[in-house]
Design a protein around this ligand. Structure first.
Ligand SMILES: [Zn+2]
Ligand SMILES: [Zn+2]
Length: 121
């Protein structure tokens, strides 16, 4: 397989969101490269996380969770809808804050045990 297609994808200055179709600038307003759509937060599986090279999967990657780094920065966890690969990437300043907050509070909103338990402690 040729590497021409993936490397040309990485060089482009804009991409189209695989889910909502929004045309997304490849660089955020703060100059950082972005890999996901600011509106629906979907990404596309174009890089192999383990080997670091281009991936031929090219399927959509759904945002499934927020991870908080030691320095307080938020990372978005993506899950490939086809091959199941997990990736983490920094959020951008103009990412959809409603979706970010919804994912961040989901574990607290849906605890796997009854909250009434705490009343008995
Ligand atoms: Zn989108
Ligand atoms: Zn994949």
């Amino acid at each position: 397989m040729s590497n021409d297609i993936p490397s040309s994808v990485l060089r482009t200055t804009a991409f189209q969101c695989v889910r909502c179709g929004l045309t997304v600038a490849a660089f955020a307003p703060d100059g950082r490269r972005r890999n996901h759509c600011p509106r629906c937060l979907y990404s596309q599986h174009v890089r192999d996380q383990v080997e670091g090279g281009p991936s031929e999967c090219r399927s959509g990657m759904s945002p499934i969770a927020i991870a908080v780094l030691r320095n307080g920065d938020w990372e978005l966890i993506h899950n490939c809808t086809r091959c199941g690969e997990l990736t983490s990437n920094p959020i951008c300043g103009d990412d959809n804050q409603f979706i970010l907050m919804r994912m961040a509070v989901r574990p607290l909103a849906q605890p796997p045990f009854p909250l009434e338990t705490f009343g008995d402690l």
